[in-house]
Structure formats: structure tokens, C-alpha cells
Write a protein that binds this ligand. Sequence first.
Ligand code: ZN
Ligand code: ZN
Length: 146
Amino acid sequence: MGEIHNLRCCKCGYGIEAWLGIGMLYHPDYIFYGSDPSLVELVDNKDISNQALSLLNSGIKPNDSYRHKLYACPNDFYLFSKFYFKIDDFESKYPCPYCKSVLKQVIFTKGTRGTTRLKFEDNDEIWHCPKCKSELLEEMAFGNWN
Ligand SMILES: [Zn+2]
Ligand SMILES: [Zn+2]
């Protein structure tokens, strides 16, 4: 089951409704195989899905850590929810639509009371809002999806 996080900047309201995790229909057979693998739609980037499908066609198995994750641009800090997967050494890496930097995964970390912060997974740098530079986010809604 996946999680929906509606995250909003405490100061200016910038934010994202992020669908994270995996759903019930995310069986590897549907995502990676068959005549119409849903990977193509989940990734929504032909370069990435074509590379992935050619690896799969050569018999390489996907890692089972695939899921929707929260990403941010390390350059301009815009937030995105993207489908993460790994096949052998090939990992999904998405370009920022604004500046083309490679998006980095961010994870939840402690904020002040009632708020959350995000930090970049690979270097612990704290994320800040692209509009107003605040580090604090409020969770406006939280739910599950199937
Ligand atoms: Zn803000
Ligand atoms: Zn960017």
C-alpha cells in the first residue's frame, strides 16, 4: 500500500501532493514484463524506460526495491514524486524539468513541533523551499492509496 503526503511550505504554501510507495497492482509482472509494461507510464521518460526495457529483455532481473519516492532538485529545490527502480547497476535518474540537474532523493527528518523537514539522502543537506527558502513543511493531509 502506498502513502499520500500533501506537503506544504509553512511560510508560502509551496508544496507537493506526493504519492509514495507502491500499490497493490505493482506486481513485477505488470511493471516490468508483458506487451505493455506499466514501467513506461510510471517513468514517463522514454530514454529511461527504453534503457530499462532493453536490460530486462536481455534477462537481467529488476531489484525489488522499486517504488515511488520523493525527489528534489539539488539546484533549485523543486519537489517531485518519481518512480524509483534499479536493474543491475542501472538506477532511474530523472532530470529536473527546469534546470536539467539530476534529481536527488529526499527523506523526512525532524522539524519543529507539527512540522517536518526534508533532507537529501546522499549528503544530509536540508532541503529548503524554492520560493521562500523556509525549511519547514506542514503535512496538510496524509492518507493511503491502493
Ligand atoms: Zn516557501
Ligand atoms: Zn532544477
